[in-house]
Design a protein. Structure first.
Ligand code: PGA
Length: 267
């Protein structure tokens, strides 16, 4: 079943690198991660997109933004619209928990961002995930379901079907930047819950990649990629380190190969 879905490793550089340093780092990562069958995406800060795009020319590493605004244009000082990214990025992260926390983004705004991405031809990576107290109180799945339901409802309210090229990143908030990862089995259970919600919303859930994010390193990636329901990772801190990305993508390549072999065998 999961042979139908790509294995994806996306690096979220957050507020790191400058236009002077980003291209070199991106080129080094591209050169260190030439592994068959893994979709690689680098998401640098907006001002580094052009440098990264130029540095990655001639490679098949794709470029993503970290955010887009929920409106197409207008009086939104300091913001960046999806249309502004055409030609600079192929993907955009939306709904990252740091933006939910620091910019007060809610699921309605995030639903609109997905629509803006679709209009601009950007492939959205929608981040969902629970807080620590929600997990401790047994409400992790209910929280993620609530995020997805509200986001999808807003997309639908605008008269649009959820994009078939959507990617979901399950990122438990307590695991982001803390060095503490979820258990692979818990992430897989959540990925199944996510696909249940997608299927309820008439989305071809079996085709939607679900990534894990939160303190992923080359040492920690294994238990997530061992789970058939997890299709890769959204990597923060470790995505700024060439050796770490080399290790993570190499491990993802083993999964990609195994899954495409299994899919071919089943066909
Ligand atoms: P981290 O960040 O890998 O540094 O925990 C992941 C993310 O925020 O996407």
């Amino acid at each position: 079943m999961n042979g139908a879905r790509p294995v994806i490793i996306a690096g979220n550089w957050k507020m790191n690198t400058t236009p002077d340093t980003a291209g070199g780092l991106a080129a080094d990562i591209a050169a260190a991660t030439t592994v068959q069958g893994v979709v690689r995406v680098i998401c640098p800060p907006f001002v580094c997109l052009r440098a990264v795009r130029e540095a990655l020319q001639g490679t098949d590493v794709e470029v993503g933004a970290q955010n887009v605004h929920w409106e197409p244009a207008g009086a939104f000082t300091g913001e960046i619209s999806a249309q502004m990214l055409v030609g600079l990025a192929d993907w955009s992260i939306v709904g990252h928990s740091e933006r939910r926390r620091d910019q007060g983004e809610d699921d309605v705004m995030i639903g609109r961002k997905i629509v803006r991405c679709m209009e601009a031809g950007l492939r959205p990576i929608l981040c969902v995930g629970e807080q620590l107290d929600e997990r401790e109180q047994g409400r992790a799945e209910a929280t993620v379901r609530g995020q997805l339901d509200a986001t999808i409802a807003e997309v639908r309210r605008l008269g649009i079907d959820l994009p078939s090229n959507l990617v979901i990143a399950y990122e438990p908030v307590w695991a982001i930047g803390t060095g503490k990862t979820a258990r692979g089995s818990d992430a897989a259970t959540m990925a199944q819950a996510i696909r249940t919600v997608l299927a309820e919303n008439a989305v071809d859930a079996a085709r939607i990649p679900v990534l894990y994010g939160g303190s992923v390193t080359s040492a920690a990636i294994d238990e997530f990629l061992n789970e058939p329901d997890i299709d890769g990772a959204l990597v923060g801190g470790a995505s700024l380190k060439v050796d770490e990305m080399a290790g993570i993508v190499a491990r993802a390549g083993i999964t990609a190969q195994a899954r495409s072999g299994a899919a071919a065998g089943a066909a």
